[in-house]
Design a protein. Sequence first.
Length: 155
Amino acid sequence: MQAFTEGAQAAGNEVDEFMVAHMNIHGCLGCMKCMTKAKDDPHICVQVDDMEKIYPEVMNADVLVFASPMYWWGITGQLKSAVDRLQAVTGYAGLERLSRKSTALLMTFRGGGMQAALSWYSVFSQIIGCRDLGTVIGFEKQKIAQARQLGASIH
């Protein structure tokens, strides 16, 4: 993520990072109350946790970058919980609030199972309607340069 951030900032972009592994983020309850919340309610989700810091940034961002080591053929549980909670953004502000965004996936891994992670990301981007900027997956040194270049390509 550091190389991506350096590239994006060098291209004049503002970058906000959230280290979800160190945040208090609960899993989605599936209650669907986000679909009926009043627009003047300051809480997008019925759960009040560190997603309150993430929601405004997600709604205002042009690009969402998911960065994670591969755990059991996918993103970490902490990141998955945060992504699941983006349901509240679609309920509160409409699907178009996410579908106008671009996305990228940065993932470190060694071994097999890459297709499962790519499948998750592809389905997320397609169903939400985001524009895929690309993926950088692996552990090799050239991946650092690729991540920096991907960040720099965002204008």
